[in-house]
Design a protein around this ligand. Sequence first.
Ligand SMILES: [Ca+2]
Length: 186
Amino acid sequence: MKNNWKCATLLLVSTLAMNACKDDDEVIPPGPVNEEELITAVHLFLTPTGGGDTAEFSFTDPDGSGGVGPTYDWDTLQSGTTFIGWVKVYNGTSEITPEVINEGTAHQFFYDVISGGLQWTGYSDVDSNGDPIGVTTTWATQSTSGELGITLIHQPNKDAPGVAGGDIANAGGETDVSVGIPYVID
Ligand SMILES: [Ca+2]
């Protein structure tokens, strides 16, 4: 009987330990500031500066790179228009843009018009050092549809030539996410 109790207790403890381990696996620990972000979705919103509907462009890949392919949603922009842009990034259903902003000196978004007549015209936010983060931006359209690229770099060298102006060439660091999303200009 005593042994059975011991076994039962051991089993209970083991079960609790297993559950505890399982819970630990499911919780994403609050990493140090230099932790890379896991990003499974990127949304870019563009609102005409003169007013009008906000266009939304998104990339979603819930299982990360590999596995099931990503999905894209894109929108139509009016030609000859200027826009305020802002980006949101998610890990699953959790928006992690606030973490990116909180760790602003360790992050910078870069925007690359891969093709077409959309123009990225600048950053409109700064980190605590006065360097851009790139969560908010400005844009303009000419007349051709194409594809835009969005890259989030972790620990870029923001002092390197061109980086604060949006040139990724000398940024270094690690890539948190890099996606291309189609757009239509009407
Ligand atoms: Ca995937």
